[in-house]
Design a protein around this ligand. Sequence first.
Ligand code: LMR
Length: 329
Amino acid sequence: AIIVLISYQPKEYPTDYEQLSTDERIVIRFSHVVGENTPKGMAARKFAELVKERSNGYIEVQVFSNGTLYKDGEEMNALSRGDIQMIAPAISKLTELVPEISVLDLPYAFYTLDEVHEFVQSDAGNKLTDKLKNHNLLVVGLWDSGFKQISNSIRPIEHYSDLSGLRMRIMPSNILEEQYAAVNAQTKRIDFNTVFNQLQKRNVDGQENTLTNITSKNLFSLQNYLTISNHGYLGYFLLFNLDFWNSLPEDVQQLLTETLAEVQEWEWELTKQLNEEKLQDIENCQCIQIHYLSDEDQKEWEEKFEPVYDYYKNHYGDEFIKALPKNQQ
Ligand code: LMR
């Protein structure tokens, strides 16, 4: 489902689109839950700009950020109903629909973003994303948010045993639940847009997220300790309502496909850069105590997380685990 970059041959689109009503043009409503200044927020805007430019405004992508149109937890239904045509949810949020997808949630399944890209673009990855077609969802791309880091307000997390007893916010995913169960921490599934509030009310002690999400929602202002653990991937599948996609003329599908492939490459670079910048910012502000997990500690964490892999295999089989880049050769 992830598309290879082909050289772009523009088709002639009407230049008088401004006279056309929205019924005569193609309008794609794209809703997401994060801030404008995140990789997803910026890539969504870039995609909309390029599509407008290349179609002379005939195709209009309307981007709604920060959950202002539909909140986390509402956007999937809105997409199914056809109220919106496109979303880019965190992959963890698709695991309730297709549990096998939670292979991407497994702790230390990937060591680099390139490995994630390789896996998602492999035959196994395509097989995985194709399962969403049964739910009328077409995957048209993968955008990164990066690797997750752990923040909390109770104590520095160095050894995995430091997580014991903490109450952690997670996205809705059994694997994320199992990950924390393996280290005796508790979990609560909380919508992204209420994480700040729930941390403030002390209904949870901590959370895991990428640095761009942690900084753009100011989560670090409520937390005392941050561990750079890079233990899990957070990324997005770009989803179209499949019926809507199939209703589009072929040349429109082609323009969208090629533009998405280009924006995806751009987004991958942007994410690396932004997460590095955010780490610098957090270090400089000295507003939170940062611990970098050592290689030795990371090995211990990985061993401690082995039962999470067993859980996955017992429930969803081992096909996709075997296909992970780290299990190849
Ligand atoms: C989260 O819920 O933490 C993330 O999915 C938010 C996002 O979309 O990056």
